[in-house]
Structure formats: C-alpha cells, structure tokens
Design a protein around this ligand. Structure first.
Ligand code: HSE
Length: 436
C-alpha cells in the first residue's frame, strides 16, 4: 500500500522524539497499519540545530505553512505550541483536508470547539492524545475504554513540573524557587513556567478531560484555578505530620446539580495511590458508575513518552484515513449534536473537606473562640492540632481539618476568625480529598 506522508511542525523535543520513534519502530508500525508511515517534511526555527532524529530523508523548512499547503502531505503533526500561529496552521491544514495530530493542550482547551467543528465539516480528524498526561493514553482510556460508563469523577496529577516541585519540597525540604529553576533546566516546564506553577497548564488539561468525560463543550474559562506558588514548606510539613501529602490536582466531579471543575493544591491521605505519585510522573484517577475507580499512571512529559502518544494518534488516523467521519471515534467521544452544556459550580458551591492553619496569639481561650465560629456555620471538625511555638515567634499555629462542608459557609467562618484580635495573619486554606 502507498506510504503515508507526515509533516511535523516543530522539530524540538517532542517533534524530534516523534520522528525518531517513527524511524526506529518503522517495521512495527507498518506491521500494525499495513503500510509504511514516513516523515517527509518538518518545519524548524533554525536549519542547523542538533536534532534527536535522522534528518537525511527529510525536507526541512523554516516556513510551517509550506507543510500545511504541501499537496502530498497526508497528516500534519503540530508541535509548535501556543494558540496563535498554531491555530492558524491547524485551521489551514484542515481547510486543505489534511488530518492533524497535536500535543497542544492550550490550543485544544481554548479553541477545540471551533477546530473540531471545522475538522468534521472537512471530514478529517484532529487527534490530541499527547496533549494530556504525555504517554498515559488517558484520552483513549476515557473516550473509548470507559465509554460504557457514566463518569462521576476525575482527579489527576496532570502537571509534571508541579509534581516535581512538591515532591522535592516534601522529600528534601527544598524551597519552591530552587526546585523550579531545576525543573526548567531539566526541560519539564512550559516556555512560560507560570503556566505550570499557577495551574494554567493543568487547567488546560482538565478542560479537555472534563469535556470527554461528561460530553460537555470545552470550557476553560469555567475552571477554578489555583497554583502552588504560595504553598509553604510549613504546610507541606504539617500535612505530612497529620498523615497527608499535598498534591496539585485537577478535579472534575459530576453531580445532579452541576459540575465542579477545579485545579488546586489538595491534601490526600498518604495511603492513597495518587498521594504516592512522585517526581514528574502523572496519574489520573477516573471513577465510572460501572467500573468503579481506575488509576492511570505514567510519564507526563518528555520527548519519547509524548512521542509515544503522538505516534499512536498517527496510526489511528492511518487506519481510517479514507473512511467517513461517522466511522471514527468523535473528537470528544460524544456525537457532536449530543455535546451538552451543564451548569458549572462556583467556588462558594464547592463541597470538600479543608485543612486550615491560623497563626494566633498564644493565650487562653483562643481555641474555643475559633471553634465556636465553625459551630456557628454548622461545620464539623475532624481534627485539631496546636503546634509548639517556634523560637523567637510570639504566636502559635493551630491546624483544623474539617469534615466535608460547603465552601461558602467555610469562608464565612474564616472571615469571622480573621477578624478576631488574636488572629495574626490570613488563614491558610487547602482542600482535602479522600477519594474513598
Ligand atoms: N509542562 C508540562 C508538565 C509538560 O510539566 O507537565 C507536559 O505537558
């Protein structure tokens, strides 16, 4: 059968890794899809940089539009990133009736609704497995493997950089800034590392996972997003003493009254599997009504793990390259006409347990004054710990773990406590999830 020709936009870490995997595993690949798959063109920023792959059989260009307009390219692989030029390139490729594979989570989270509609109109596919959790194949797991389920909950460590930082802080007592510099040097972080540490990258990924789990449109603007940049070593340590680990999670929950879409640091009991996912590794817990809890674990970033998903997407496209759209898995896993909006809860409507730290004057009666504010809001306390005063400080830290409660009520209790003369600083509030 005729060879399939692939053009790669961006031959950096993931692009080079993709070409390398296609070259190295060419035999396995043609055995799987019944025809050879060749990378014949790639766009690059500089023509004489070092590459991960063999470029001797490739036409290199500095103009990515040359690839999306090339008549003999069957599949365009977009690995440039960002949501401006990348969007123009993807829409142009679709207009030219080329199938597209992309690892670009920002592009899909922000413009996926428009891009998928354009692709369906032109009878081509846009595949994006590598956009979430690198090599784990979580899109395929939810969209196809768990398609018989009503998905109730997703909770994932979906940013490797953040997880690397939290792991190093906990294990080695290193500061946030120190670890971030190392994550950048190791190539884990986004071009703009605030995307990693402020939760934007995780929110892009959660947007995609929630849409395919619940059959809703992609709605990045409705994700509540909190980063890890304000987390202190003090709370990482106190959480550990209380039997919890702090992880930066993307959580999507469905209930009859709406969806919760949230990215934030979360205390998790240390015995839970997801609490033990360390370093740059990613993991996603998916709960379906039929299957119960499933856990998906693997490398979330890096050249070859991400290339693994890109190549799998290419092969999926090759298998149905001449078939009508109706023969392919829909882009979001649901028939486009069945994608339905659902109400998304605001922060005040969230339900969770909470870790709270108050720094208070070390005088008699303070603890009972604090406790009474929770009672006034009908909030039950699971546990209380008072830490020894640190030498040189004239206050003590008091930690509360609440039972599950409504966040709006909790915030009212916190506001009353913060107004007390004995309270010396704003409260620290971190959500707690047990995933029972
Ligand atoms: N910066 C991302 C991360 C890369 O750290 O997870 C993979 O999407």
């Amino acid at each position: 059968m005729k060879a399939i020709k692939v053009g790669i936009l961006g031959l950096g870490t993931v692009g080079g890794g993709t070409a390398l995997v296609l070259q190295r595993n060419a035999n396995e690949i043609s055995r799987r899809v019944g025809r050879p798959v060749h990378v014949t063109m790639a766009s690059v920023r500089s023509l004489d940089s070092q590459r991960l792959c063999d470029c001797s059989q490739l036409t290199l260009t500095q103009d990515p539009f040359e690839i999306v307009n090339a008549p003999d390219i069957d599949i365009v692989v977009e690995l440039i990133g960002g949501d401006t030029v990348a969007k123009d390139l993807v829409l142009k490729a679709i207009e030219n009736k080329k199938h597209v594979v992309t690892a670009n989570k920002a592009l899909i989270a922000l413009h996926g609704n428009e891009i998928f509609a354009a692709a369906e109109a032109k009878n081509v596919s846009v595949s994006y497995e590598s956009a979430v959790a690198g090599g784990i194949s979580i899109i395929k797991a939810i969209r196809e493997g768990l398609a018989g389920n009503k998905i109730e909950l997703l909770a994932g460590i979906i940013n490797g950089t953040g997880n690397f930082i939290l792991t190093e802080m906990r294990d080695k007592g290193r500061t946030f800034d120190d670890v971030l510099v190392e994550a950048q040097e190791l190539g884990y972080a986004e071009a703009d590392p605030t995307f990693d540490v402020e939760g934007i990258d995780a929110a892009h990924k959660l947007t995609i996972l929630a849409a395919i789990a619940f059959g809703t449109p992609l709605q990045f603007d409705k994700v509540y997003t909190e980063g890890i940049s304000k987390l202190s070593l003090i709370d990482v340590g106190y959480a550990e003493e209380l039997g919890y680990r702090i992880k930066h999670l993307g959580i999507a929950k469905a209930s009859d009254d709406g969806l919760e879409l949230r990215v934030h640091p979360t205390l998790i009991p240390e015995k839970r599997l997801i609490a033990n996912v360390d370093g740059v590794m990613n993991a996603v817990l998916v709960k379906g009504d039929a299957v119960g809890n499933t856990m998906h674990y693997g490398a979330g970033a890096g050249a070859e793990p991400t290339a693994s998903a890109v190549v799998a997407d290419i092969l999926d496209i090759v298998r149905t390259i001449d078939a009508p759209t109706s023969c392919r898995v829909p882009h979001l896993g649901f028939q486009p006409a069945e994608i339905k909006d659902r109400p998304v809860k605001t922060v005040e409507q969230f339900e969770s347990a909470y870790y709270l730290r108050f720094d208070v004057s070390d005088i008699a009666g303070v603890m009972s004054k604090l406790s009474s504010q929770f009672a006034d809001q009908n909030i039950s306390i699971e546990g209380i710990a008072q830490k020894e005063p640190v030498a040189g400080q004239d206050f003590v830290s008091v930690i509360f773990i609440t039972q599950r409660t409504n966040e709006g009520q909790l915030d009212r209790a916190i506001a009353s406590i913060e107004a007390m003369d004995e309270v010396r600083a704003d409260a620290i509030k971190i959500r707690v999830e047990h995933f029972n």
